[in-house]
Design a protein around this ligand. Structure first.
Ligand code: TRP
Length: 346
């Protein structure tokens, strides 16, 4: 049976953290077994919010790629694509922009949040961010898009664009479905959302010592002053991490019971967490160190995936051109060569 096609991606905004690992990368790694996967390095999308720091993008791309591969993304099974190298992404987005109203894009929740946060006049690029994302997905005629909940409005727009295109020009694009991962959302060290810009993340590239230091400084139960006070396990990120990273479930239950009863201190629970987390991350770190020492190999992985994707992208763009009444580039040159312009200007 033909495998369903997946396309998903990240913006290369910085190193990946353990929230990315358990929230998305482990899920992507599993999906490679059952699906044909395309993983997009969405560098054009980075420019929508930070086009003034060109020096960071390429470094971030290679670092993110090392994180992806160390986490289990396998370039011999999946296709890794560098968005900006394939102009068809931008070209299809331009065609899709004709099918999308400004009012529709102004209602996209991520856009509304961003303009509040950025505190500046939104660019046209930011407004059309989800149109470019729709092009990313539909260019490869992907069936499924594994994303976090915040991305659902973008997948909805992609579906609308596919539907409108198909209605107007005949069936061309499958309507992509979002695939929400069931993974629990990992809180940051300070119990807010784990986010690079909050300084509350443990990165895949952190050393074991750095990780231990971060764990020992984690937020716990603010109502608990002494280790003998009864503590709260719910809403306590130290236990959220134990639940995910500690394979010894009996130990976790014992910690929880003693914590609730005021019979174990934060330090002991955190020390053990640092140990289990470091054990969990050790094989990944080893792979990552090997990868980062071979930047040429990383570039080759990116290059070969991008070349493979380019063929598909080209074909889809040709199809879209033709259906929208534009010239098919191959028949254009054939007509000229054969001196056959009938059917063109009549
Ligand atoms: N917008 C996505 C994010 O910020 C990244 C992205 C770009 C993407 N193009 C995509 C995700 C296509 C899925 C499919 O996470």
């Amino acid at each position: 049976m033909l495998k369903k096609r997946i396309l998903t991606g990240h913006r290369p905004t910085g190193p990946r953290h353990i929230g990315h690992l358990v929230g998305t990368l482990e899920n992507w790694t599993r999906l490679q077994e059952t699906h044909e996967c395309f993983f997009l390095v969405a560098d054009l999308h980075v420019l929508t919010t930070s086009h003034t720091q060109p020096e960071h993008i390429q470094k971030n791309i290679l670092n993110m790629l090392a994180d992806w591969l160390a986490a289990g993304i396998d370039p011999s099974r999946s296709t890794i694509v560098l968005q900006s190298i394939i102009p068809e992404h931008a070209q299809l987005a331009l065609l899709f922009s004709m099918l999308t109203t400004v009012a529709r894009l102004e209602r996209v929740p991520t856009y509304k949040e961003q303009i509040k946060e950025l505190n500046l006049q939104p660019s046209l690029g930011l407004l059309t961010y989800p149109v470019l994302q729709a092009a990313d997905i539909l260019l490869y005629k992907a069936n499924l898009v594994p994303v976090g909940e915040d991305q659902l409005p973008h997948i909805e727009l992609s579906r609308e664009i596919a539907r409108r295109f198909n209605q107007t020009y005949g069936h061309t694009f499958p309507k992509p479905d979002a695939l929400l991962s069931e993974a629990a959302r990992l809180p940051g060290l300070d119990n807010r959302t784990m986010h690079t810009s909050y300084g509350n993340a443990i990165y895949l590239r952190d050393t074991a010592d750095e990780t231990t230091r971060k764990v020992m400084s984690m937020y716990t139960d603010p109502t608990r002053i002494h280790p003998t006070d009864p503590g709260h396990v719910e809403g306590n990120p130290v236990f959220a991490y134990h639940d995910i990273f500690n394979p010894d479930k009996a130990e976790v239950e014992d910690f929880k019971a003693r914590y609730r009863a005021g019979k174990v201190g934060d330090v002991e629970v955190k020390r053990r967490l640092a140990e289990v987390l470091n054990a969990y991350l050790a094989p990944l770190r080893e792979r990552r160190a090997g990868l980062i020492s071979q930047p040429k190999m990383l570039l080759e992985v990116l290059f070969s995936g991008t070349v493979k994707a380019k063929f598909i992208a080209q074909e889809t763009l040709e199809e879209a051109h033709q259906k929208m009444g534009l010239m098919h580039s191959q028949s254009f040159s054939e007509k000229v060569l054969a001196n056959n312009i009938s059917g063109i200007f009549c």
